[in-house]
Ligand binder design. Structure first.
Ligand SMILES: [Zn+2]
Length: 59
């Protein structure tokens, strides 16, 4: 039977997504807006790291 395949794939994706989200939350905690720039990397806000993290959280 192939019933175990349909269960494993979504579970693996959920675990991966959970790891991405955890990393994204940590990134957003470090890359904070200070005026027009990012406190962590000094790029004009929003910096690339913050943009990527926010995009990840929208998945
Ligand atoms: Zn930054």
């Amino acid at each position: 039977m192939t019933d175990n395949i349909s269960e494993k794939t979504p579970q693996a994706w959920d675990t991966l997504l959970e790891q991405y989200r955890h990393s994204a939350v940590e990134t957003l905690a470090q890359h904070l807006r200070t005026g027009t720039r990012c406190e962590a990397c000094g790029q004009p806000w929003p910096c690339r790291a913050a943009c990527a993290a926010e995009a990840t959280l929208e998945l």
